[in-house]
Design a protein around this ligand. Sequence first.
Ligand code: SAH
Length: 321
Amino acid sequence: MARANAAYYAGRDPLGAAGDFTTAPEITQAFGECLGLWAAVTWTLMGRPDPVILAEAGPGRGTLMADALRAITQMMPDFARAARLHLVETSPLLREAQRARLPDAIWHEDVAALPAGPAILLANEFLDALPIRQFIRRGGAWMERFVADGAFAERPAPDAPLPDAGEEGEIREVNEPARTIAAALGARLAAQGGAALFIDYGPAESGPGDSLQAIRNREAADPLGDPGAADLTAHVDFAALARAARAAGAAAHGPIPQGVFLARLGLHSRAAALAASDPGRGARHVEAAARLTAPEAMGRLFKALVLCHPGLSTPPGFEAA
Ligand code: SAH
């Protein structure tokens, strides 16, 4: 399921005002700036390794990282000098957009291809774009749901990567690439040091439900219609990712709601400062910060999760409430 997504991202730039959907870094520069300062503080907690890998998975137009680097260069130039920029991106079109803004980066197809060494990785709305498998409980066994001739069909799935239990009719989703990435990152962070920050949308606890969605022109579309023309996304199972990383030797913090995380990082003060320096458009900065943090907007469904070396102090924003 959702295999059509590689074709979707390869063929277009889906982000921004004219695109199919928008994301936090495209809503306000303050988002990337706050994440840049998060990375800078995390680097000091790591003991300021030099050089250090600064990586992003699924960087879209490169907006988040460009905003992050501007803030880092201003606030912690030592970190800016130590950082080696690595981007993980499969879409040739989006790689070009990233190259225009981040000419010094090195690109990779896969998180597993990042070079060895202490690393800080950022990823916003990356995991939700990876393909999921969907299973449905029928007669005491798991069936896999798949798409055939434009309709959902079911086939027996004795290999379902799920406990052999569940209520009749219950739907479970498994994002195998995300679990593989969490396990591999967990192992490398435990061995080589560093932290990975994932921001995405999904529930705090694993649970049943069908969350597959197609989005086109900012509206829900038919997931079965015109494969490759709409973005397919599914909720991220943060608890499963934390479990996979812990099993590989890493620590996990969160998930916590995005609104709580960004408020703790100072998003509102940054928005107020931007508003004060931008007369006439000031309200837009404050509204953007509210959109990212308000529980009824993006503040609660979106979550932040950190996977890191088990010896690292609690990363900024994840202190106990
Ligand atoms: N982080 C950006 C873009 C989110 S869209 C933002 O917040 O605006 C998802 C991004 O992940 C796109 O850049 C897409 O091309 C990339 N992507 C999707 N599948 C991928 C994969 N398997 N490996 C690497 N990048 C992928």
